[in-house]
Design a protein around this ligand. Sequence first.
Ligand SMILES: [Cu+2]
Length: 104
Amino acid sequence: MSIALAACRGETPRASPPTENFYAIRGLVKGVAADRPSVTIDHEEIPGFMPRMEMEYVVADPALLDGIEAGAEVEGTLRMRGRGLLIVRLQKRRPGSAPSTPAG
Ligand SMILES: [Cu+2]
């Protein structure tokens, strides 16, 4: 049994990381928790991924929360790796600015 498993797994020894997907996220900040660090966002629909909802997202770096406070309109990038969600980019939206390109 263990031999069969080993053979199966040994087929391709390359260490491929879990699939990563990136999504643009936009919404209104409801709260910031610098100690986690995380941000709660009432976000717009993320097409093909999530309906509009309010939820807490962990951020990749506490520095991403600099200048972000409740009530701020923000946009950013959400990374989905395996089943882990992480905000890897976050910035305030400037009033009247054109929508940013998805490429960021
Ligand atoms: Cu969500």
